[in-house]
Design a protein around this ligand. Structure first.
Ligand SMILES: [Zn+2]
Length: 144
């Protein structure tokens, strides 16, 4: 994806990872989002939906949308069976954890035993509880 980086001084840091955010314009001819403007994080790739300019510069709108955005996307991995819930700092970690868990479950699956499946889900509890659990997960990941 080609991105034209524009002045992004007024964009707040990424609500998910704290990385620098920037304005982007989709440049691929023939792509459905061609000409669509967005704001995204240059570090983790979190972005907001494309806005198509109809004469007006859409950046003020994107700026407002991006800066209003808070870390409401709290990701977790739910394990069906034991009903475990693992908070994850971001979507990428959640995807990776679910993949690793599912591979383990497949390897250890006993015939006729309980089926364990890990799925990426949104953390249903408070932000504080998620933050604490996600920090613990990172700690565990470093230790392993
Ligand atoms: Zn980010």
């Amino acid at each position: 994806m080609d991105h034209l980086i524009e002045d992004s001084d007024r964009l707040k840091p990424c609500p998910f990872c704290g990385g620098d955010a920037m304005f982007t314009v989709e440049q691929r001819e023939g792509h459905p989002d061609f000409g669509g403007h967005s704001a995204m994080c240059g570090t983790c790739g979190a972005g907001i939906g494309y806005v198509f300019a109809c004469g007006d510069d859409p950046r003020h709108l994107l700026l407002e949308q991006w800066n209003r955005r808070t870390a409401t996307e709290r990701w977790a991995v739910h394990v069906q069976g034991p009903d475990d819930l693992h908070a994850c700092p971001d979507r990428k970690t959640a995807d990776a954890l679910a993949l690793v868990l599912n591979m383990q479950f497949m390897r250890h699956q006993k015939p006729g035993g309980p089926l364990m499946v890990a799925t990426v889900t949104e953390w249903p509890y408070s932000h504080e509880a998620w933050q604490q659990a996600a920090d613990e997960l990172q700690f565990v990941a470093v230790e392993a």
